[in-house]
Design a protein around this ligand. Structure first.
Ligand code: SF4
Length: 200
């Protein structure tokens, strides 16, 4: 895997600072944006795009998918296909943790739109071969960038060719999803289908 060049690192650090200073979503103005070197490898072939930091996960630890049950499931899935965090980059449709009455909530469409430039710039910087969305909100964010209308239920675990990368929509690994919609055993099979380049 390529080493991070000074230019890439400088551009990412600028993006990280812009996100840290961003107060565009009033409901999340007090929440930290989760975008740092803890998100992963800037030369990753695979970028994961999920929903938003969770209050017990990245919202607390600063590390995407780490510290809560969703994170445990994600780490299990990643290990299942022989990858580590150092091999991939993980980000979210909304970089800040959306809360309602102290509980996680789904980011609003307006918040996903507000955060879209950060996602777009991140993808432009990393230029991954594959973008794996985890859940319908991650897919919604990519749809906004691409001008597409892909639905998760119709496209799950299907590689979709786009101008810049292969889009691969998957379900979110949260307990709500693994318990009621897409069991972890099935998600392991889905992860095995993620397109992988020979150079990885
Ligand atoms: S979610 Fe994104 S757009 Fe909204 S305040 Fe956080 S960094 Fe800014």
């Amino acid at each position: 895997m390529a080493r991070t060049t000074p230019t890439t690192l400088k551009t990412f650090k600028q993006l990280e600072k812009q996100a840290a200073d961003c107060r565009l979503c009033p409901a999340m103005a007090d929440q930290p944006a989760i975008l740092s070197k803890a998100n992963g490898n800037l030369h990753a072939n695979i970028v994961f795009v999920a929903e938003a930091p969770g209050r017990f996960g990245a919202g607390r630890t600063g590390i995407p998918f780490h510290g809560d049950k969703s994170g445990d499931n994600f780490e299990t899935l990643l290990a299942h296909i022989g990858l580590t965090r150092k091999d991939v980059f993980i980000t979210n449709a909304a970089l800040c943790n959306p809360l309602e009455n102290g509980n996680n909530r789904r980011p609003k469409t307006s918040e996903i739109k507000n955060c879209q430039p950060f996602l777009k710039k991140t993808l432009d910087l990393i230029c991954p071969e594959v973008v794996v969305t985890l859940g319908s909100t991650g897919l919604q964010a990519i749809n906004l960038i691409l001008g597409t209308r892909y639905q998760l239920k119709d496209r799950v675990a299907q590689p979709l060719t786009t101008p810049g990368f292969i889009l691969f929509p998957l379900y979110h690994p949260s307990p709500r999803v693994t318990n009621w919609m897409r069991p972890l055993a099935q998600q392991k099979k889905d992860f095995k289908k993620i397109p992988r380049s020979t150079g990885e």
